[in-house]
Ligand binder design. Structure first.
Ligand SMILES: C[S@@+](CC[C@H](N)C(=O)[O-])C[C@H]1O[C@@H](n2cnc3c(N)ncnc32)[C@H](O)[C@@H]1O
Length: 212
């Protein structure tokens, strides 16, 4: 599916084979280790309570360290995350990000990695607003995200670099330009909004909730 008309009717991530396919490929994706490392670098040391949206098997939450809450809706990913965190102070919550976030308490760090681009654009923006509400003053939201390329040519180049193509790319993707998402964050009230790192369609978008 091309970027221009990427409005999927289904979200493939509920399918166990789709989830397994990502986990099998993840370590081989170009720049992925750099991307996660850049995410960790902009977070405060020793966060009080962390929320991970679209946690997958819990890799990011484990790198940050709990306590916290890890949210996903894929049965396979939830099973993997629960196995990883069974002895840790991390609650793994089954929730579809297309619905408003449930009452999860408050957090000083909220992260997401390569997940929110599976929501519609309206839902992405609304979710960013819900994140703002769940953040404590001074708290950080960091979204390591798959974003849109400025042109179809660059999009197809990116797909080639990750071993994909317009024919095989994830039909669940609903990519938005980083500039648009940074604007949404500022409009919602986040401060220190910045794209802290970017390689092709991988971008680290972040902001803080102002202190009172
Ligand atoms: C590319 S994987 C990334 C997983 C993990 N964050 C990581 O970096 O390894 C995308 C994740 O988003 C989750 N996801 C996609 N759409 C979702 C939705 N509507 N609600 C909750 N989780 C969703 C998928 O189940 C999957 O675990």
């Amino acid at each position: 599916m091309s970027q221009a008309n990427a409005v999927p009717e289904t979200n493939e991530w509920a399918d166990a084979d789709h989830a397994r396919g990502f986990l099998d490929r993840r370590d081989g994706l170009p720049r992925i280790d750099v991307a996660y490392s850049e995410l960790l670098q902009i977070l405060p040391a020793n966060p009080r309570r962390v929320l991970d949206l679209g946690c997958g098997d819990g890799k990011v939450m484990a790198m940050i360290g709990g306590p916290g809450v890890a949210v996903d809706f894929s049965p396979h990913m939830l099973e993997q995350a629960r196995a990883r965190f069974h002895a840790d102070d991390v609650d793994v919550v089954d929730h579809n990000l297309n619905a408003p976030l449930p009452d999860l308490g408050t957090f000083d760090v909220i992260v997401s990695a390569f997940a929110i681009h599976h929501c519609s654009d309206d839902r992405k923006r609304a979710l960013y607003g819900e994140v703002f509400e769940l953040l404590e003053p001074g708290g950080t939201f960091a979204n390591l995200e798959h974003v849109a390329s400025p042109t179809q040519t660059l999009h197809e180049e990116f797909l080639g670099l990750i071993g994909s193509s317009p024919e095989t790319e994830d039909p669940s993707n609903q990519l938005v330009a980083p500039e648009t998402q940074l604007r949404w964050l500022r409009e919602i009230g986040f401060t220190d909004v910045e794209c802290f790192w970017k390689w092709r369609e991988l971008a680290l978008l972040a902001g803080r909730k102002p202190n009172l």
